[in-house]
Design a protein around this ligand. Structure first.
Ligand code: KIV
Length: 269
């Protein structure tokens, strides 16, 4: 029997039913398969790919082609989870037409069901509206938005004052009106994220935004301890894959050098 894909309406219903939404990132087939089997609602092919899997210093360097390549692999691995692909830096900012064409490629070529778009200025609201009307569901992203890193001036918590929270809330309301099916809130004080969540009909998915969001998202490589360059305060580490893989590699190396690998049971006669 074919597994039923989670839909954006199902994700929206979670909020009304007070069921927490679970979301994690994946960039490849085998990770997507594991997250899918684990029952994770949303798999985001995040542009964190740039830093975590490709070794760049920021997310700016990943291209639409990179993102499509990895989204295709994730799509092949996930049968049930909703797949959301991140629109990379400068794939939607310059021009509405480009934004629509690029967003469409994630659905047509890569097998995603939705795209994530950072920011809430008028242009982004327009892009969100046109994508939604064209059948491309949009997950918005407010608070700390990594593609604005250089303008923000560092990895700073956003929405720290009532005025700043108000501004983000206004953008979130406009994005909701434009058709966004949810909003990722990144690195915000818990109270600010709570106010925003309570004033929206669509769900919020927090990353470093406290306990009152409608769901949570984290970078998988952070929670399994695979990406060790930097671990943000809001990450909970559930495994230490770095050490496990390193020890496996050391043991393999020693076995090869000593001549104990391959053994008789590991050869063809
Ligand atoms: O790129 C990313 O991984 C993200 C986060 C929200 C997890 O945008």
């Amino acid at each position: 029997m074919k597994t039923e894909k989670i839909t954006v309406s199902a994700i929206k219903k979670h909020k009304a039913e007070k069921k927490k939404i679970t979301a994690l990132t994946a960039y490849d087939y085998s990770t997507a398969k594991i997250l899918d089997e684990a029952g994770i609602d949303i798999i985001l092919v995040g542009d964190s790919l740039a830093m975590v899997a490709l070794g760049y210093e920021t997310t700016h360097f990943v291209t639409v082609e990179d993102m499509i390549y990895h989204t295709k692999a994730v799509s092949r691995g996930a049968k049930r989870s909703l797949i959301v692909a991140d629109m990379p830096f400068m794939s939607y900012q310059a021009d509405l037409k480009d934004a629509l064409i690029n967003a469409g490629r994630f659905i047509k070529e890569a097998g995603a069901t939705a795209v994530k778009i950072e920011g809430g200025c008028d242009h982004i609201v327009e892009v969100t509206k046109r994508c939604s009307e064209s059948g491309i569901p949009v997950l918005s992203h407010l608070g700390f938005t990594p593609q604005l890193l250089y303008s923000i001036g560092g990895y700073h918590v956003q929405g720290k004052t009532p005025e700043a929270t108000e501004k983000i809330l206004k953008q979130a309301i406009e994005l909701e009106k434009a058709g966004a099916f949810g909003v990722v809130l990144e690195m915000m004080p818990e109270e600010s994220a709570k106010t925003i969540t309570e004033n929206l009909n669509i769900p919020t998915i927090g990353i470093g935004a406290g306990r009152y969001c409608s769901g949570q998202i984290l970078v998988t490589d952070d929670i399994i301890g695979k990406y060790s360059d930097f671990t943000p305060k809001f990450v909970r580490k559930y495994a230490d894959i770095h050490t496990i893989v390193k020890n496996a590699a050391i043991n393999y190396k020693n076995d090869v050098i000593e001549g104990s690998f391959p053994s008789e049971s590991e050869i063809f006669v």
